[in-house]
Design a protein around this ligand. Structure first.
Ligand SMILES: Cc1cc2nc3c(=O)[nH]c(=O)nc-3n(C[C@H](O)[C@H](O)[C@H](O)COP(=O)(O)O)c2cc1C
Length: 511
């Protein structure tokens, strides 16, 4: 199992010498359907998040707002004959492999059972109706991935993208929960097989020829705070059949099936942060305006306070990193191109003392490790250099790598952790995606914009820092800057037939 995960990681690296295996040709008109539906399932209509909401009722109206601000559509875009939806959670290639489910027990306004969330229509589809339960209201969100959506375009590297997207989804959910005054906590030590059963993903009879979904994570949502646990197995009445997303798949990527199997499992760590957890105040409007930049103004220089504030948000004591109990294992490396008053160059922001020690051991011995005192953060200048051209190159020759204010490589503590439990291969990507989601929203807060970068040259990035083995591996890149907005792309409302109320009504429904 361990060898499978390592071998997969190795063979799906991009490098100056070539890219990971992917389709030779793409028929854009044959893109898999981005919306899974369960045909025949009963639908429950949901409300959108009100314009002004800092606290929400723990009922159907609050659930509607939660799903709107996490996995809901934020706009429809069109350019010529093409039309596509954007969502609050970003996704590699906008392919959206992540699906979300709701499990409810005694939750006001929602029948007990399992529901699938169909973001296109902002409705729930009831998959399993449970007999009404007793006790306090409880709510869980289950997340799964459909690898084919990504593999269709990206081939073998697609499993990595699914996991990064899942990390973004966790972040999107945690932010939406915080914005509404709820809290989100991952149920740890829950194995893939029972989770798959809870989410109905093992029901071959309901999937037929439809593309497989892999169970990833279960998150309990609390009205305020609480200790998460999984719901008991229920014997309810199932309904709905999964739709086929791609009637004529042109390729098969068996290594993805192998790595899915090799990384099943779970873990938990009980990491206790040394400082009290801190919440962040991100508004619904900020969540709904998040977008990826396609191009940056290469002249823009970022203010140092903006830069330091963005980096401070990555501290493991802050929300949304209180979503789970895993200690921080992913550490940003920064390509600083244009920040007022800071020398251009390579920087490191270790998120733990252990991470810093590992970096110091493994990086080039002549790195400066000069602390940026004014940052009030564990931020170190490693090497002064104009890295704009290099960053562009390392980010798969994408212009945003060099035109940004700064670029990021997210370095994970890799080899012993993945060897001990191959499931950590998934979870390290989730941590990287979670960090990416913080960067996206913090960039918006600073009136800047971010873009996740799944396409980067792996070992050439490692070589720049002197890394030779697999102790530390870069799992994701990111860029932040002042965006150029393409005015040719038209924007339409996400849900033209639904309107957003101003406030929650007192009875918990939307006014
Ligand atoms: C894991 C991940 C990898 C991505 N990789 C790239 C990339 O290499 N280049 C790029 O231009 N955009 C990249 N993106 C941005 C997506 O294309 C973008 O999120 C998607 O088109 C949806 O648009 P939105 O973020 O504006 O909602 C990536 C996004 C994610 C989440």
């Amino acid at each position: 199992m361990t060898e499978t995960a390592f071998a997969y990681h190795q063979r799906t690296k991009h490098g100056f010498g070539g890219f990971a295996a992917s389709p030779d040709t793409l028929d854009w008109d044959a893109q898999p359907n981005p919306f899974r539906e369960f045909l025949g399932a009963e639908k429950i209509d949901l409300d959108l998040a009100p314009q002004n909401c800092s606290s929400a009722p723990f009922s159907r109206a609050g659930l509607g707002a939660l799903l709107h601000l996490s996995f809901g559509l934020s706009a429809w875009k069109s350019f010529g004959p093409d039309r596509w939806a954007l969502r609050c959670n970003p996704s590699s290639g906008n392919l959206h492999p992540t699906e979300s489910y709701v499990l409810s027990e005694n939750f006001p306004g929602v029948a007990d059972g399992l529901h699938h969330y169909l973001s296109r229509d902002h409705v729930l589809e009831q998959r399993r109706a449970d007999p009404p339960g007793e006790g306090p209201p409880r709510l869980w969100i289950g997340l799964s991935s459909i690898p084919w959506r990504e593999a269709w375009k990206y081939g073998e590297r697609a499993f990595r993208y699914c996991q990064l997207d899942l990390g973004h989804a966790l972040g999107a959910l945690a932010y939406a929960a915080n914005t509404l005054g709820f809290s989100a906590k991952m149920v740890e030590n829950l194995d893939s097989a029972p989770l798959s059963r809870l989410l109905g993903l093992d029901r071959a009879e309901d999937f037929g020829r439809a593309e497989r979904e892999d169970a990833d994570a279960l998150i309990e949502i609390f009205e305020r705070e609480g200790a998460p646990s999984a719901p008991a197995d229920k014997i309810g009445l199932w309904s709905g059949a999964a739709n086929l997303l791609d009637a004529r798949p042109m390729y098969r990527w068996p290594v993805i099936d192998d790595v899915v199997q090799a990384t099943l499992g779970s873990a938990g760590e009980n990491f206790v942060a040394t400082a009290p957890r801190e919440a962040k105040d991100i508004t619904a409007e900020l969540i709904l305006q998040r977008r990826s930049a396609q191009a940056f103004n290469p002249k823009h220089r970022m203010a140092p306070d903006e830069f330091f504030a963005m980096l401070a948000a990555l501290a493991p004591q802050k929300s949304p990193f209180d979503l789970w109990s895993f200690s921080p294992r992913v550490h940003p490396l920064l390509f600083v191109h244009r920040v007022e008053g800071l020398p251009q160059g390579l920087y490191a922001l270790p998120r733990s003392a252990a991470g810093e020690a590992l970096m110091r051991q493994n990086f080039f011995a002549d790195f400066l490790w000069r602390k940026v005192e004014e940052a009030n953060l564990p931020l170190y200048l490693l090497k002064e250099m104009d890295a704009r051209g290099l960053a562009r190159r390392l980010f798969c020759n994408q212009g945003i790598g060099g035109d940004s204010s700064f670029g990021v490589a997210l370095l994970a503590e890799f080899s012993p952790l993945v060897a001990q439990n191959p499931w950590r291969y998934r979870q390290l990507h989730w941590e990287a995606g979670l960090i990416g989601q913080v960067l996206y929203l913090e960039a918006e807060r600073q009136n800047l914009r971010g873009t996740g970068i799944g396409c980067y040259f792996d070992d050439e990035t490692h070589a720049l820092f002197g890394l030779k083995d697999q102790n530390l591996q870069s799992l994701y890149h990111f860029t932040v800057g002042l965006p150029y907005v393409d005015s040719r792309i038209a924007t339409e409302p996400a849900y033209p037939t639904k309107s957003r109320p101003e406030f929650f009504a007192h009875d918990g429904s939307n006014a």
